[in-house]
Design a protein around this ligand. Structure first.
Ligand SMILES: [Mn+2]
Length: 329
């Protein structure tokens, strides 16, 4: 079986040959979460020809970009400005083309990802690197350790660690490898971990976001979807946070939906006790995409789907797919 280590060699050769020919765009997933942005910025630091870019930047990522002064190019989704002499793109932490939020330029691409489900179509000049890890930044860290150890500056370590902390749910979904990676990132640095963690605590909301959350809670519904106790609602934003509220209220599966400009987006979360008993939200979202179109996928406990379908149809498809998931005793 091909190991991640062999994959890192392939990635290195691919990147070196692209960098000899021209510019490389390292593109983030459009949610702009800390794993995707941290991965892109860190990888870009190893190549002067590479630029980290993407259409979205999350609040935490904005804060980290300011803290580390890392260069990031925000792209317009309708008219992205690609560098001249662009010869290759790398997409980090995106499980499907639709998660990039823009049309990719027609050049060879490499995908670096850790989602359980993945719907990229890989051509002969393309590369897919997939790791069974808590965060994509773990793959980037392994790559930089092996081929560009000098790039592991204090700033790069912070970016990688931030992706690891947020994607592992502050190590709630961690395994031994996650901790080893965090330990190695910290050991080579002067990062004060408790102080660094404060970066993620001060996630203040605006009044309109609070209002949207309150309205979402009023619209909350709960029902048995097959053997699973589902709580769901619709919100205008902050779907992930709303799912956490539903989980805190006891949901075995939480679902938040949102419709804007004719596109419905589903965000679902399940706690460890549910995934341990057999629910896999990433697979459920994939199933929905097969049934009603759109794009979906993700992890067992965190996944999403989006498509040009009305909300009721999308929610019904989710409930139907969840009902089909057997609960292990
Ligand atoms: Mn990720």
């Amino acid at each position: 079986m091909k190991s991640l280590n062999d994959d890192l060699d392939l990635l290195h050769n691919w990147l070196i040959s692209a960098a000899e020919q021209g510019a490389i765009a390292i593109i983030c997933g459009s949610n702009g979460d800390m794993d995707t942005i941290g991965s892109a910025l860190s990888l870009a630091s190893a190549f002067p020809q590479a630029m980290a870019c993407g259409v979205g930047i999350s609040k935490i990522a904005k804060r980290m970009i300011a803290q580390t002064k890392a260069p990031f190019l925000q792209l317009s989704d309708e008219a992205p400005m690609w560098p001249k002499k662009l010869v290759a793109v790398v997409c980090v932490d995106a499980a499907a083309p639709s998660q990039i939020g823009l049309t990719l330029p027609d050049v060879p691409f490499a995908i670096i990802d850790h989602h359980d489900t993945n719907s990229w179509e890989i051509g002969e000049n393309d590369l897919l690197i997939k790791g069974d890890v808590s965060a994509t930044t773990q793959i980037i860290f392994a790559y930089l350790q092996k081929f560009h150890p000098r790039c592991l500056s204090e700033e790069v370590r912070k970016l990688l660690l931030a992706g690891l902390i947020t994607d592992s749910g502050r190590f709630k979904h961690a395994n031994a490898e996650t901790f080893r990676c965090a330990g190695e990132l910290l050991m080579g640095s002067k990062i004060d971990y408790p102080k660094f963690l404060e970066t993620f605590e001060s996630d203040r909301m605006t009044d309109s976001e609070r209002g949207a959350m309150a309205a979402g809670m009023q619209r909350m519904e709960s029902k048995n979807a097959g053997e699973w106790y589902l709580m769901h609602t619709r919100v205008g934003a902050n779907e992930g946070r709303m799912c956490n509220v539903l989980l805190a209220a006891g949901a075995e599966v939480a679902l938040a939906s949102r419709t804007r400009d004719g596109i419905t987006r589903l965000t679902a979360r399940a706690p460890r006790v549910s995934t341990a008993r057999g629910v896999h939200l990433g697979k459920i979202m994939e199933l929905i995409a097969e049934k009603i179109g759109g794009d979906g996928g993700g992890h067992a406990g965190a996944a999403g789907w989006s498509g040009p379908v009305d909300r009721i149809t999308a929610e019904s498809a989710f409930i139907h797919a969840l009902s089909g998931a057997k609960k292990e005793r």
